[in-house]
Write a protein that binds this ligand. Structure first.
Ligand code: ADP
Ligand code: MN
Ligand code: MN
Ligand code: MN
Length: 350
């Protein structure tokens, strides 16, 4: 038996953006614990905007576990859902509980964010009126002028930590604004990629503590009146039916449903999105829905491969922003997909 440090993580009740909270408990296990072996735990919900002081207990149900290599040997990160004290009713803040179960659903999230120091993006000169060279050379750039001196060390360490935890990173890149970066995470199943995005966010924030750097997840931290990009979290998605059957008729029905529920989607695609979805900077405006092949100014971008493959494959919803909750985003996308009936099989075909 060995003593394990288990960091239980959950999302608090703050609106419109939940914070990640975490606390450690020590338990003995023979080997690295499976999620089914991890006990429920509780916390004081009155300190996290999840309960009144008079009856303050909330319950933590472990739903995923990852090795916490950065912390040391025998350490784990335990992602949890929050439940009411009856352990049956999901807490209203628990968006994960509302994601339809669909093992055939796949998600790929492209998380953009800014690294900040002293209230300014990392590498910006001091003084609120001082800006670095205008955008152009930063995206995928190299050299001190493009990325400064510590950003690359941070993003590389983060990548290593995530890979060691078993997070399915697909890549990272420097983004269009100075101090802005992206990582991409892919996962099979309706909840898996979203769990991993939250753990990756947590690891980034924890890593940055020792650099005295903040992670700014806001979608337009420099405001909408300057020529500096905002941050999105493009959400790529597919179901088994989309990948294996698809077809133009089904695709058009799907897009009609996305149009019909556009307000419901925007409601969970992150706060302040009107500052970002302006119709400029590779975005569609917030009150419109459209789709287009390889169109980075559309709400939903249809990859060339999708059309070439007889409308089979994945689609990219470009509207979710960097501060959106991937649980709520994945849940909404799957709820809308479920409103679209699958076309009846053509007569004569098996
Ligand atoms: P871009 O920046 O051109 O929009 P990226 O390469 O950053 O594209 O991201 C594309 C994302 O699409 C990746 O996260 C990838 O995992 C995801 N993806 C690829 N195939 C599928 C699929 N079949 N279902 C869901 N997501 C997918
Ligand atoms: Mn990308
Ligand atoms: Mn990007
Ligand atoms: Mn994209």
């Amino acid at each position: 038996m060995a003593k394990y440090k288990l960091e239980y993580l959950w999302l608090d009740g703050y609106e419109p953006v939940a914070n990640i909270r975490g606390k450690t408990q020590i338990k003995e296990f023979k080997s690295f614990p499976k999620v089914e072996e991890l006990p429920w735990w509780g916390f004081d919900g009155s300190s996290t905007r999840q309960a009144e002081g008079r009856s303050s207990d909330c319950m933590l149900k472990p739903v995923a576990v990852y090795p916490d290599v950065a912390r040391g040997e025998n350490c784990a990160i335990v992602m949890c859902e929050v439940y009411m004290p009856d352990k049956k009713t999901p807490h209203p803040s628990n968006g994960r509980a509302n994601i339809p179960d669909d093992p055939g659903a796949w998600f790929g999230f492209e998380q953009e964010y800014f690294l900040y120091k002293n209230g300014r993006p990392l590498g910006f000169p001091c003084g609120a009126d001082n800006f670095p060279y205008p955008q152009g050379e930063y995206y995928t750039g190299v050299g001190y002028r493009a990325v400064g001196s510590i950003a690359r060390e941070i993003v590389d360490k983060h990548l290593e930590l995530c890979l060691a935890a078993g997070i399915n990173h697909e890549g990272i890149n420097a983004e269009v604004a100075k101090g802005q970066w992206e990582f991409q995470i892919f996962g099979k199943g309706s909840k898996n990629a979203a769990d991993q995005v939250w753990v990756a966010r947590y690891l980034m924030m924890r890593l940055c503590e020792k650099y005295e750097v903040d992670v700014n997840w806001h979608c337009k931290p420099l405001g909408k009146d300057v020529d500096w990009n905002g941050s999105g979290m493009h959400s790529n998605f597919s179901t088994e039916y989309m990948r294996e059957v698809g077809g133009k008729e089904y695709f058009e029905a799907l897009m009609a449903a996305f149009d019909k529920y556009k307000n419901e989607h925007i409601a969970v695609y992150g706060p302040d999105n009107h500052l970002r979805l302006t119709g400029l900077h590779e975005t569609q405006s917030i009150d419109k829905f459209n789709y287009g092949v390889a169109n980075r100014g559309a709400s939903v971008r249809v990859p060339h491969s999708f059309v070439d493959n007889n409308y089979r494959g994945y689609l990219e919803d470009r509207r979710p922003n960097s501060q959106g909750d991937p649980y709520k985003i994945a849940g909404r996308i799957l709820q809308t997909i479920q409103t679209v009936p699958l076309p009846a099989k053509k007569a004569g075909k098996k």
